[in-house]
Design a protein around this ligand. Structure first.
Ligand code: PEP
Length: 256
């Protein structure tokens, strides 16, 4: 299977931005994006804006995602949200293992694995993030880090679960820094991730998995990044908060 048969997913990660009224405004500005079966557009909004986002995007081409999910079904986990809670609302996607959660909230490969499995079990599509730190890239151990993350984060997954998971390759040094990986670096890393999956699950599974690039993707660099053979979309932070910029990235994917 070739790139053109994989799902291309353009997802905005709003992080801790936008009140409910601000969300409504931004989503209304995005609501005229044209539907396209080949390119899926997702906005991952704060928990407090999920219901609003689902209402405002109804009948549009925009799908709604959350930015985290707990791995237990329910119980004494104050402040947490379960996969069933998201699913019942109508949420379809969820970001898991973002580097900010790994860095500031103690997320580990083990909890990423548990959260991703919980999301899949509930019928959500995980946008599972992996990526190396700057010092790891400088020490030339990017591939070692990515291989370890893929093995641990997807440990125990069936082939079907691997295929349903969207992987976001996000070099940590490129997130929110304005430093983008070159198209070549992004393409190489996404290709390497695909090769790790091929070793674990075979070529058919590897060729079916959507692998996004994330890290300072914007209206100017999107076309080149998305043109890479193994880059099947983007996870976009800063530029997803500006309607015209996010639309330009979507257009780059649609016409790519
Ligand atoms: C992100 O939040 O996943 C991200 C890639 O952010 P930015 O586009 O701002 O670098």
């Amino acid at each position: 299977m070739k790139k053109d048969l994989r799902r291309v997913v353009i997802a905005g990660n709003w992080k801790m931005n936008k009140t409910r009224s601000e969300s409504t405004e931004l989503l209304k500005q995005l609501s005229d994006i044209s539907a396209n079966n080949d390119v899926i557009v997702v906005t991952c909004v704060p928990f407090t804006n999920l219901e609003t986002a689902l209402a405002v995007t109804k009948g549009t081409a925009i799908k709604v995602g959350a930015q985290n999910v707990h791995f237990e079904k329910n119980g004494a986990f104050t402040g947490e949200i379960s996969a069933d809670m998201l699913k019942e609302l109508g949420v379809e996607y969820v970001v898991i293992g973002h580097s900010e959660r790994r860095q500031y909230f103690g997320e580990t490969d083990e909890t990423v694995n548990l959260r991703t499995k919980a999301a899949l079990d509930a019928g959500l599509i995980p946008l599972m993030c992996v990526g190396e730190l700057l010092e790891e890239r400088e020490a030339c151990i990017t591939e070692e880090v990515l291989a370890r993350q893929i093995k641990l984060d997807m440990a125990g997954f069936t082939a079907d679960q691997v295929k349903k998971t969207v992987i976001a390759y996000e070099p940590v040094w490129a997130i929110g820094t304005g430093k983008t990986a070159t198209a070549e670096q992004a393409g190489e890393a996404c290709g390497f991730i695909r090769s790790v999956i091929a070793k674990l699950h075979g070529n058919d599974v590897a060729n079916a998995v959507t692998i996004q690039y994330g890290g300072s993707m914007n209206a100017k660099n999107a076309t080149e990044l998305l043109a890479q053979a193994d880059v099947d979309g983007g996870l976009i932070g800063g530029a997803s908060l500006i309607a015209d910029d996010f639309k330009a990235i979507i257009n780059a994917a649609v016409s790519g």
